[in-house]
Structures are given as structure tokens and as C-alpha cells.
Design a protein around this ligand. Sequence first.
Ligand code: ADP
Length: 176
Amino acid sequence: MTTRTLPNIILTGTPGTGKTTHALLLAERCPELKHLSINDIVKDQSCHEGWDEEYQSWIVDEDKLLDAIEDQVKQGGWIIDWHACDLFPKSWVDLVVVLRAGTEVLFDRLTKRNYPEVKLQENLDSEIMDVLIQEARDSYDDEIVVELQSGDADELEANVERIEAWLEQWKKDNQN
Ligand code: ADP
């Protein structure tokens, strides 16, 4: 049993699978939940050890990141949007949604982002090899890990509705 009055939800998946799109729509539909963009925290609060030129991304300092978000996340009510999940302590997390997309869809989305070739390929490989779903299953109890397809707008809508329904049930189950 948790002392949180609202749950914390991790939205994870390979870059381009739709984490931010889902997080923004979910936060719009459920105003009691707030979007926590780990990308923004890393950048704005300098939770990194510098910039990786080859990958065009920050080298994240995980300890500093966890320190930066711990107090607020422990209050509950956060949608945590990040392409990794194993760094967040189990006790902080009530639901882990792993978003998936087919290779062609993902290729198109990442190409539009002008990813460097090496980063594009690595992300496609990661999706094909089930890296994020495996990481989620290795890090959290099976009952709280959900894998959802995010190939098109209908799936986005269905996913957000499903998470909204889950939230309502969570609130009933965790009434004080
Ligand atoms: P992530 O946060 O996982 O990197 P984004 O939410 O930024 O991914 O989505 C990447 C791109 O793919 C955006 O242009 C977004 O509009 C599109 N996209 C993501 N999910 C879907 C979906 N289910 N249906 C249609 N377009 C999507």
C-alpha cells in the first residue's frame, strides 16, 4: 500500500514511440496528473556530465537526476516521460507503460528528427530487440508493466483511454 493519493506512471519506450505525445494528451484529459519531462529536467537542472557529440544527447547523471525529482515524485500524480525506466526506485512507481512502434513507423518518425545515423540505427535496434520492455519487466513487478502499441492516432486514443480507466480504478483501490 502506498501513501500517495495519486499514482505515478512511467511512460517509457524507444525514442519516437510516442511518450511525449501520450503524456501531453493524458495530462490534458487528467488534469490531476502532471507531465514530468525527464529530458527537460536533465537539461534545465544540469543533471548531466556533458554533451555527447556523436549521439547529440546529454550524458545523464542519474544520481543527480533522482535527487532533483525525488521530493516532487514522492508526492504522486506524475507522468514520468523517459526512454529508460530502470533508474526509478520501485517504491516510486505504480504503473509502467512501455510504448511500441513498428520499425517502418519508427524509422519515419526518427528520420524527421534528423537523428545522426548511429543514433537512428541504435534506436531501431533497441526497438527490434525489445530492450525497453525487457528493462521494464526486469525492474518492476509484472502486474504493473503494460505494453501498448503506438502506431497511429487510434492506438494513441485507445491507450490514453485505457490509462484513464486504470487511474480511476487505482483511486478507488487506494482511497484513504
Ligand atoms: P517520444 O516522446 O517517445 O520520443 P513523441 O511523442 O515525440 O515520441 O512522438 C514522435 C513523433 O511521432 C511525433 O511527431 C508524434 O506526433 C508521432 N507519434 C507518436 N505516437 C503516435 C501515434 N500513436 N500516432 C500517430 N503519431 C504518433
